[in-house]
Ligand binder design. Structure first.
Ligand SMILES: [Zn+2]
Length: 197
């Protein structure tokens, strides 16, 4: 934690002395991100590194297993609010759901792990990621799961409306944490439906 604190402590001075100072000052006028990037909370996945996005360019939602929860359910959910805000208020034109290699959440599902020591994780996965196949290949399952989140996004009224208006596109990506490679879902592309971007 010490190095994290040290960096945070000197961050403002670092920005003030850099050529980015002006672009940082402009951020106080608001944000206009191009896309909502939904990915796993895994520390090896860094959306701004992968995409090159600068501050203000990428709105992010991170959940265990990059799960988009079911819409509704009778109580407020932070994930749903984040998605609605991105689509209705910020007007993002694209949503990316990015799964990744070596994903602990999806791996737990595929391996049928005992998650009794982490009951919130167990219940989150059990209620929101149903359909994972025990024993499946992990990469295949992560990719299938990412595409399933697009289907779930389409059940959100705000997402459905914007798609019908031609103002929103959905994308599923697969990121390899050990190589940096990114592949994208190609609907109707045959058995290997993820290919180069
Ligand atoms: Zn993960």
């Amino acid at each position: 934690m010490k190095s994290l604190i040290a960096h945070a402590r000197s961050f403002a001075a670092h920005i003030a002395d850099s050529e980015r100072a002006e672009s940082f000052r402009a951020l106080q006028a608001g944000q206009s991100p191009e896309a909502l990037f939904i990915t796993c909370s895994d520390s090896r996945v860094v959306p701004s590194l992968i995409t090159g996005a600068r501050p203000g360019e990428l709105f992010e939602l991170r959940t265990a297993g990059n799960i988009v929860p079911e819409y509704g359910g009778g109580h407020p959910m932070g994930e749903t609010a984040t998605i609605e805000y991105a689509v209705r208020v910020l007007g993002v034109r694209d949503i990316v759901v990015c799964g990744h290699s070596h994903c602990g959440a999806i791996s737990a599902l595929v391996q049928g792990d005992d998650l009794s020591a982490a009951p919130a994780v167990r219940d989150w996965l059990a209620t929101q990621a149903a359909g994972a196949s025990v024993g499946a290949d992990l990469a295949d399952e992560v990719q299938r799961h990412a595409v399933a989140q697009l289907d779930r996004l389409r059940t959100y009224p705000c997402v459905r409306e914007r798609i019908e208006e031609g103002l929103l596109s959905l994308h599923a990506w697969y990121y390899e944490v050990h190589t940096g490679a990114v592949r994208a879902y190609r609907p109707g592309g045959g058995s290997r439906t993820f290919g180069p971007l």
